[in-house]
Ligand binder design. Structure first.
Ligand code: ATP
Ligand code: MG
Length: 385
């Protein structure tokens, strides 16, 4: 049996004059993702088509399509010759195990094909009822199963019933570049996924505090970055040592501002790296009120040290909503493995929940901020995933 995959996009339809740019980018992203898999790829009137693949590769192709931002849905169609006999036989095959109500929808690009669309639908509906009258009934308004018959101009017809929903969103690379601050927790991988979905191409940055945080914690972040990278056409992870900065803050600044000052350093380092990488924004997994460092005062304090916009796609999400997405993108099980994060090193008993910006600035003035940051940049590890 010959099969084809019909791929549809969504929001690109709204793009007016720029539509060509988005269509080409999505096409390139799909082709890149399918590299190494035997198949042919073509464009078919605002849809894409994958054909000539091995049946054994179908599962892997589907799993890849589900991770490409910009794809709205796809269908796996049976490909038959454009004649009533072949179309009828494959339609009957598709309804072998179906129950409930159905409707047939025919689209006839080949106007030379007879009978016309309405008559073809009626004919096929009759044949299906004739064979499966015990299990099936017609419903024009709300059918359980829709049979699509797509009669093309090239003598081929696609017959299918299922439409699989994918990520939707915009193709990665269409909405600029961002630097994702990734920890080993649940939130930041989800934040990264959300930005990929809107078309942003990501790099990732992780702070570790060797020897306070171990190799296992780093491996975990590598694993999570890899998973985010599956939605991003791969990802480069930059690993920065945060130990010296934390020790200095611990030594010279009041305990209550430990986290606040640490986060200001994270943002400064992120901005400097982002500029080097030509990233236009910093992305975090913060969610308002989730922990002490995620109050509006804390956010204001970390925003104030950088000029670059900081995007926080999860800011208004509840933890449960974030967990749901992390399950869907398969990062949850990795995220909940026990680990130490640099943020938990030297954690004060009573952190300032609403830090006063002037007091934070005064506390921080005990440190040589520039020198500490310069030191970090002497030794950055880059991992291509
Ligand atoms: P997550 O679940 O993403 O770890 P969280 O709820 O633990 O977030 P915080 O520890 O306050 O919250 O971190 C807030 C955000 O700061 C994270 O979502 C992430 O973007 C960034 N961040 C925290 N720790 C690190 C780290 N070690 N390296 C890079 N970014 C970090
Ligand atoms: Mg965390």
């Amino acid at each position: 049996m010959k099969q084809a995959i019909i791929i549809r996009y969504c929001e690109i339809h709204l793009k007016g004059k720029n539509r060509g740019f988005f269509e080409k980018l999505l096409k390139d992203n799909i082709k890149k993702s399918l590299r190494g898999i035997k198949c042919t790829f073509s464009v078919m009137h605002s849809r894409y088509l994958i054909e000539d693949f091995n049946e054994t590769d179908l599962e892997i192709i589907e799993s890849k399509l589900k991770k490409i931002a910009g794809i709205h849905t796809y269908s796996i169609a049976r490909v038959v010759g454009s004649n009533l006999e072949e179309i009828t036989n494959s339609s009957l095959e598709l309804f072998k195990y179906k129950k409930g109500t159905f409707k047939v929808e025919t689209n006839r690009a080949d106007k030379k094909f007879t009978p016309n669309s309405v008559e073809t639908s009626r004919y096929l509906g009759g044949k299906i009822l004739e064979k499966y009258s015990e299990n099936l009934k017609v419903s024009v308004t709300n059918p359980n199963t829709l049979l699509y018959v797509d009669i093309r101009e090239d003598g081929k017809t696609f017959v299918y019933t299922d439409v699989v929903h994918c990520m939707s969103g915009m193709p990665v690379g269409s909405a600029g570049n961002g630097l994702l601050l990734i920890s080993g927790g649940i939130d930041s991988p989800v934040a990264g996924y959300m930005m990929c979905k809107r078309g942003m191409k990501l790099n990732a940055l992780h702070f570790h505090s060797f020897p306070y945080t171990g190799q296992a914690a780093k491996e975990k972040v590598i694993e999570l970055s890899k998973k985010v990278g599956e939605y991003n056409g791969g990802i480069k992870l930059y690993v920065v040592s945060f130990t010296e900065i934390q020790q200095k803050i611990h030594q010279f600044c009041p305990d209550e501002f430990m986290i606040t000052i640490m986060r200001r350093f994270m943002m400064r380092i992120a901005e400097r790296l982002a500029v080097m990488l030509k990233d236009q924004t910093i992305i975090t997994g913060e969610s308002l009120g989730q922990v002490a460092s995620q109050t509006i005062e804390s956010i204001t304090s970390s925003n104030s040290v950088v000029k670059m916009p900081i995007l926080r796609p999860l800011i208004a999400f509840d933890k449960n909503e974030i967990i749901d997405i992390s399950r869907k993108i398969d990062t949850y099980e990795t995220s909940i493995l026990p680990y130490e994060d640099c943020c938990t090193v030297f954690l004060p008993k009573f952190p300032a929940i609403r830090p006063n910006l002037q007091k934070v600035i005064d506390a921080e003035s005990k440190l040589n901020v520039e020198e500490l940051i310069d030191n970090v940049f002497k030794n950055i590890e880059k991992i291509q995933l």
